[in-house]
Design a protein around this ligand. Structure first.
Ligand code: GLY
Ligand code: MN
Ligand code: MN
Length: 430
């Protein structure tokens, strides 16, 4: 079980302190209906425990121990909501030293805190938990006259946890490869299903169908299915328009598998054939992505692959005569920004924009290390109102893949059809 090793490592990082990691609450969608439940990413990373109303307590020091508070067995509630592990089974199956009924947590916390100087919690995640922990400290403060030592420091547990999460272990990469394979299949399915007159939401349904059919829990983030100039709205997610031959459609969608995300973008012609102008832009973005992937080498700064993408995109804008001037000067003055306004990628993992610093303590960009997973997602966007030649107006292209940093470079582990010819081929052979 990978969770025990992660908890052990975190215990080393908190020293004599005590750490509390709650899971996410169940959230009401409307009136008495709930959103489908997803555990908190930090909690899941340390436990793999799927139920709400639970928290892990790591007690550091000479005799470290790890406790789980979880829902008690309850025959009536289980009839409505499904079987619960209950503390005894949860302790055994999930490898905790001790486990207790969640209803006991408020009465237990002061006793657990007693004698510890530092509390570690993921700060800024859940106000109610912060209040709960401060209340437990206050209970101890009232006993100070009787010689009780109470915690005087609250530290952000996100800092050590984010550093751990930035480098994936073998258990995580296996799940991420699975999420990537399912997502790749979903994009291929959308390409095969696409035709003149189909709606953006019908293509979204093709992705959702494939994700669930292949065992994913669903989408890892709201999918973008953006036809024509909708692709120039970076966070478009209405997915409500009808697509017509001659348009491109940009799909940015990834499934979630065992709480791990994939994140793929493909842009393809609704009618199955790129026009000359669409292909010109597509090839520039693809070349930028290839250059960026080539710049991913252990030891280099996180920013290097963005710089590599920007260089190729800017050269492309020169070639298309959308920009004029010297390449270095155009890069320096960020002349590409009206057409490429976002960064070229982010960490990927349990969260689509995963935990982990991008800038180190010395304020330099973080260096790439084997085991990191990230996206590479350059694009070019020419909105209808942009002053580019008419043939390019209303075209938005992004290409996004998921990458594992290896000892020697980058391993691209997403596999949806990507070259213009592969895309035209799969769309021809429906
Ligand atoms: N799908 C969100 C992103 O690409 O960053
Ligand atoms: Mn992304
Ligand atoms: Mn994306």
């Amino acid at each position: 079980m990978p969770y025990l090793a992660r908890r052990k490592l975190l215990l080393e990082k908190i020293g004599d302190g005590i750490a509390i990691i709650p899971t996410a609450p169940r959230r009401i969608r409307n009136r008495d209906s709930y959103y489908s439940y997803r555990p908190d990413s930090y909690f899941w990373y340390l436990s793999g425990f799927p139920e709400p109303d639970a928290a892990i307590v790591l007690v550091g020091g000479n005799k470290p121990r790890v406790l789980l508070f979880c829902q008690g067995k309850n025959e009536e509630r289980e009839t409505w909501e499904g079987v619960r592990y209950g503390p005894n089974a949860a302790r055994e199956i999930f490898g905790f030293d001790e486990a207790y009924d969640f209803s006991e947590i408020d009465s237990c916390l002061p006793g657990l805190f007693s004698g510890h100087q530092s509390i570690w919690i993921p700060l800024g995640q859940d106000r109610r938990w912060e209040t709960r922990i401060l209340s437990a400290i206050n209970v101890l403060r009232t006993k100070a006259r009787a010689g009780t030592r109470f915690p005087t420091q609250i530290n952000d547990l996100c800092t050590p946890l984010d550093r751990m999460r930035r480098i994936k272990d073998a258990h995580e990469t296996a799940l991420m490869f699975k999420a990537a394979a399912i997502t790749s299949a979903g994009h291929a399915r959308a390409m095969r299903a696409c035709h003149d007159g189909i709606t953006e939401y019908a293509l979204e349904a093709e992705l959702g169908h494939e994700f669930r059919r292949l065992g994913a829990s669903g989408h890892a983030y709201p999918p973008i299915v953006a036809g024509g100039s909708n692709a120039c709205v970076l966070h478009y997610c209405e997915n409500s328009a009808r697509l017509t031959e001659g348009m491109l459609v940009l799909i940015d969608a990834g499934c979630e598998f065992e709480n791990y995300a994939a994140d793929i973008t493909r842009t393809f012609p609704v009618g199955g054939r790129f026009t000359a102008a669409q292909r010109d832009i597509y090839e520039i973005v693809l070349a930028a992505q290839n250059a960026a992937i080539g710049a991913i080498v252990p030891g280099t700064a996180f920013n290097a692959y963005h710089d590599a993408a920007v260089r190729v995109l800017t050269q492309g804008l020169l070639d298309l005569k959308i920009l004029n001037g010297a390449l270095d000067g155009l890069i320096e003055s960020e002349a590409y920004k009206p057409y490429y306004m976002h960064r070229s990628g982010h960490w990927l993992g349990l969260d689509v924009h995963d935990a982990g610093e991008y800038v180190a303590e010395d304020r330099e960009w973080a260096a790439l290390v084997p085991g990191m997973t990230l996206t590479v997602e350059p694009g070019l966007y020419f909105s209808r109102g942009s002053g580019v030649p008419e043939a390019f107006r209303g075209i938005g292209v992004r290409i996004e893949d998921d990458i594992l940093v290896t000892e020697t470079g980058a391993s691209v582990y997403t596999s949806a059809p990507k070259s213009a010819s592969e895309i035209e081929e799969i769309m021809r052979c429906k």
